[in-house]
Design a binder for this molecule. Sequence first.
Ligand code: GLA
Length: 732
Amino acid sequence: MSILFAEQDRTFTLHTKDTTYQMKVDRYGFLLHLYYGRKTGGCMDYLLNYADRGFSGNPYDAGTDRTYSMDALPQELPCQGTGDYRSPAVIIKNPDGSYGCDFRYNGYRISDGKYGLLGLPAVYASKEEAQTLEIYMEDPATGVRMTLLYGVLPEQNIITRSAVIENPGKEKIWLEKAQAACLDWLHGAFDLITFHGRHAMERNVQRAPVTHGAQVIGSRRGTSSHQYNPMLILAGRETTEDAGSCYAMSFVYSGNFKGEVEKDQFGQTRALLGLSDELFSYPVEPKGKFHVPEVILTYSSRGLAELSQNLHRCIRDHVCRGRYRDGGRPILLNSWEASYFDITGASIYELAKQSADLGIDMLVMDDGWFGKRDDDNSGLGDWYVNEEKLGESLGSLIRRINGLGVKFGIWIEPEGINEDSELYRKHPDWVLSVPGRNPVRARNQLVLDFSRRDVVDSIFEKICSILDQGNIEYVKWDMNRSLSDCYSRRTEDQGRVQHDYVLGLYDFLERLVQRYPDILLEGCSGGGGRFDAGMLYYTPQIWCSDNTDALDRLQIQYGTSFGYPISAVGSHVSAVPNHQTGRLTPFRTRGITAMAGTFGYELDPGTLLEVEKEQIREQVHRYREYAKLIHNGLYYRLTDPGKDAAGAWEFLSEDGSEILVSVVMQEIHGNMPVTYICLKGLKPGCMYEETSSGKTYASDALMETGIPLPDQSGEYCGYQMHFKIAKQQEGE
Ligand code: GLA
């Protein structure tokens, strides 16, 4: 049993393989957080401290006891209105206009399996793999109910959190804030690790001490955004990749979010993650319910590498779904950087022919094949095939490509619309825009109002009529701007529109996944602008960044690896000079970098020299050889490419028998010192054979002193070393 309720001290204890989480229903029915960390037994309510704190009020039912204050006690899900002046997870506006709620304990239920959330992505697991705890809370004054949901996946060291808020009353209430996860620590010095970025340079890592004064990240862009990823890590000040305690919170959601971390007046730390409360005021109708999107929690006492591996496993095996979940992803050639909008049926067929020649599995026809779409100023929304441009029907093009033994994939952007489109001319009211005001344009496009069912239905039908035209085995779902002008003509409650938009998006995606279970979906939002666990529930891979520069990708993929499995990272080899940076990097290096993801190409092989084509064949061959290890292996960051001369990472099979080490040198100098790369996680006391040279090495030495990189001249050299455990043991 991973969830226990102790009747005598009214504590709930959640155990995973290596962690324990504990909370307590106290004498007034509040649910207090006691502990989250390394696995332990016993009741931890001795940790709570009570003192008469000036200006920290006391609940009425505490009588004259001035030592009891919600302002100082650690809580499971703090609500505004109880006398806790720290940032709350939940704010409710009542029918009489008052703000506040005061939830008290009202029972619990433990069941096998993992709860699901209506209309929302969530971690899933079988009855054998997980348990669910529901804790029922109720506000006696209003009758509003809140069910706290905990999913425990013991083997994965994962605990998920969500909540359902229910209005049993006769009048509408509004949620002004609704976040699923709070972590309160009674003491301790933490660093906060967050992932910030911009278009084409996503998920840079920032590590900063937690201080007084809230540190806040979030998105008000309607998507999870390039600018901040919806994930937080709190780590001990001394915590490294290999040692020390650390916590991760990852939001399973793709829209506006807020993460807040603050050290309070007593030196206690609170971390919150969930829906943003900005531009949010969500009505819950009488007898209605609101499902709060889920947050994944994990803890490691052994450093950041293990913390990431916990998230990798959870997202790869318990969030991603479908036929391609466990691997077998096609190696693809995408037409975007090969020809941008300048495509015809003949040019796409030519790329497919090149793919066949090079051993590439799939050709993806990116933007430009529909409507009047010769650049990004027109055509978006017109989901009919431009047969004039293609010179044939989509069905015939696909048949010809399949005839080459090459699979076919296609690009779509269902949420976007150009004003210069038939769709806009017919339905100008389908876009998000404020009546009487000119909307903000971005990439010269507007956004369809996906909070409206009729709009979603209509676009869904149109997309299906495209997908039904032939054997389409992959779809790249793009979204190329941030939301603005979030006014919907269908509701009086504009504070619900942005969340309803995300629900509309999920509804569309779910219908797509159900109707086309064999299609591989790849998410994209100008690269990695919506790279989150919510999207990964529908699209098991996401185009990591519009930046394909091998050197910049080292940093982008390094940051991404903290929270997301390598199987989710869309990564391609592109041409040089690189289209985003103008940098020249060796072909081999580009291949090595792209192999830290779902591998593919983003160039026109027709422009390459025969020696380069030979390199593609060789890379394709290598990737196939290592694909399982890359997909399922334990991932270790060996260096920090933002600080170190080399970017280096390792895949280790879970049984420790096979290793793939990749290194890219970022610097080159005269009379260069030798670079040593230390490996991680190997089986101690073993010998490993490097398979290309046949040389054997002792595992402990590989981890302790590392392996010297052979001397190579030239900029940005790449190295790949593959090891297998040798039969002969050390010392034999
Ligand atoms: C976005 C994507 C690119 C490409 C273009 C097409 O920028 O990230 O990969 O698909 O749109 O317009």
